[in-house]
Design a protein around this ligand. Structure first.
Ligand code: NDP
Ligand code: HEM
Length: 506
């Protein structure tokens, strides 16, 4: 894998354009500052120097608070199957329809300069620029997540980021939080399995993870899960292989994706959905809006929708990738949200982050701007680049033909029930069956790597926390618990005695 960027074609000096300042003024000398005498101090009137230094100081914007390190590409979604009985979204209206797409992959915990081949969840933030506005699916390469209540998101992320005093990443914090939050067990199992270190971004799946909704042309609502299955298959690094890769190449995923696309080796994913009716949701044995659980394929089979292909590299990393601003709030008519409380909170969180990180008019940047016309009464703000060319009213209602709402786009009402309260999300929730199902479907060698990965990751974690975590693995599957206990070098007798103590204390 190479880290060398693609060479630009060498142009002759004579054909090069004249250098200008940002205001377009030709620059006579870009090598020597304007000074008082050959050895003298710099003159304040050298505005080319001042502009160059001042702009350089402002080249960075705040990195994303999570998912800071990323790689992205443009592509195309092609609809291959008819799902109009579930959704009236125009993109689905005809087999053969296409939409421009943009997909940003990321790691979660590392900063912008972090190495790619780390054990971490991968972000899978996908945008379809549809004729009815941008549809953003801000997902991961895992179908579930660590928490089911958004109140715990900042706490969880603090355990993944650096310790405020040591400035070191802390596996003690990670395992303390995970072992005190059994709902994380499913995602932790995926993270510690082979799929925790994808070799590259092409050979992994993407998932919307949350339950979303579809609404069809006659106003019927369906609950839906979104899946993107890699047609390149899966490839992973072991811990030891990843350490080697990181030692040689910190940008292994970025290089792989960029060069694959530059070489015409376009990665593709099968876009599928799982559908649940409202009646099925009500009768289901667990909460279908619980982000820590999957819908079993056996009961809710994958339905093909289309093919996603990435086929064009961005021209400018900062403009198009760093300034990309995705939001789960962006759904188009025929697609909707669900009562999943984590999803609900993300509807707020992303646009708030973009206004801080990029600015109030972030939707006007080329990568974020919809490819369909935008009509609204938002005006002004920092760095506004568009304006209405017609003399149009900037208030509504008005008598001058300004844009109006259209009730045809209303979603069907969603009945809700229950008193407002803070409900204990741990009560009556089974955190163990699905992680156990995943453990049981792994081949014996994959099981062994899983427990060894966990053992290594828990090195240096206080024994009390190790024991607490092992109890959870044990409850998912006794062989899982035994495997981790062994990998940790725990005395099984001591472990069983402590486990009995934990069980007695509840
Ligand atoms: P299935 O046997 O129908 O599906 C198993 C799924 O597990 C496949 O989607 C497979 O992905 C995926 N898988 C295989 N290895 C790993 C791994 N190391 N990490 C994550 N996923 C992996 O069974 P069920 O639908 O009943 O689900 C059983 C378990 O499979 C679940 O508890 C969950 O942990 C996991 N799973 C389920 C998904 C779902 O939506 N039902 C989605 C992804 C995982 P692939 O087909 O790409 O090889
Ligand atoms: C990025 C918040 C859960 C996937 C972000 C960002 C914030 C955030 C603030 C940075 C956005 C930016 O600056 O551009 C939250 C909150 C969550 C949550 C509050 C839960 C309460 C999730 C879940 C997923 C997810 C469940 C996946 C299923 C992503 C991805 C990115 C991201 C992929 C990177 C987007 C990009 O590439 O620009 N999140 N997040 N997040 N989040 Fe979340």
């Amino acid at each position: 894998m190479s880290n060398v960027s693609t060479p630009v074609s060498l142009q002759s000096f004579s054909s090069a354009p004249v250098l200008t300042t940002a205001s377009g003024i030709p620059v006579a000398d870009n090598q020597n500052s304007l000074t008082a005498g050959p050895r003298g101090p710099v003159l304040l009137q050298d505005f080319h120097l001042l502009e160059k230094l001042a702009h350089f100081n402002r080249e960075r914007i705040p990195e994303r608070v999570v998912h800071a390190k990323g790689s992205a590409a443009y592509g195309k979604l092609t609809i291959t199957h008819d799902i109009t009985k579930y959704s009236k979204a125009k993109i689905f209206s005809k087999i053969g329809n296409t939409s421009e797409a943009f997909l940003r992959f990321s790691t979660v915990a590392g900063e912008r300069g972090a190495a790619d081949a780390e054990r971490d969840v991968r972000g899978f933030a996908l945008r379809f620029y549809t004729e009815e506005g941008n549809w953003d699916i801000v997902g991961n390469n895992t179908p579930v997540f660590f928490i089911r209540d958004p109140l715990k998101f900042p706490d969880f992320i603090h355990t993944q980021k650096r310790d405020p005093q040591t400035n070191l990443r802390s596996n003690v914090a990670a395992w303390d939080f995970w072992s005190l939050s059994p709902e994380s067990l499913h995602q932790v199992t995926i993270l510690m399995s082979d799929r925790g270190i994808p070799q590259n971004l092409r050979q992994m799946n993407g998932y919307g993870s949350h339950t979303y909704s579809f609404v069809n042309a006659i106003g019927e609502r369906y609950w839906v899960k979104l899946h993107f299955k890699s047609l390149q298959g899966h490839a992973h690094f072991t811990d030891a292989e990843a350490a080697d890769v990181v030692g040689n190449n910190r940008e292994s995923s970025q290089a792989d994706l960029f060069h694959a696309i530059a070489d015409g080796n376009f990665p593709r994913w099968r876009f599928c959905v799982q559908i649940m009716t409202d009646a099925q949701a009500k009768a289901f044995r667990f909460n279908p809006f619980d982000l820590t659980k999957v819908w079993p394929h056996g009961e809710f089979p994958l339905i093909d929708v289309g093919i996603l292909e990435l086929n064009r590299n961005p021209q400018n990393y900062h403009a198009e990738v760093e300034q990309a601003a995705f939001s789960p709030a962006n759904v188009v008519p025929g697609v909707g949200h669900s009562p999943d409380k984590v999803l609900q909170s993300r509807i707020f969180s992303y646009a708030d982050a973009h206004r801080y990180r990029i600015g109030a008019n972030y939707q006007q940047l080329a990568v974020n701007a919809p490819r369909c016309p935008v009509f609204n009464y938002q005006r002004d703000g920092a760095m506004r680049v568009d304006f209405s060319k017609d003399v149009s009213p900037n208030y509504e209602p008005n008598s001058f033909g300004g844009p109006k709402e259209c009730p045809a786009f209303a979603e069907p009402p969603l009945p809700l029930e229950g008193a407002a309260d803070r409900y204990n999300h741990r009560e009556g929730n089974d955190d163990y069956t699905q992680p156990g199902n995943l453990f049981r479907l792994l081949a014996p060698d994959a099981k062994q790597r899983l427990v060894e990965n966990i053992g290594r990751h828990m090195t240096g974690v206080p024994r009390e926390i190790q024991l607490r975590a092992v109890c959870h693995f044990f409850r998912a599957d006794p062989a899982y618990g035994m495997g981790v206990a062994k990998a940790l070098g725990l005395d099984i007798g001591e472990f069983l005695a402590k486990a009995a103590g934990h069980a007695a204390r509840g």
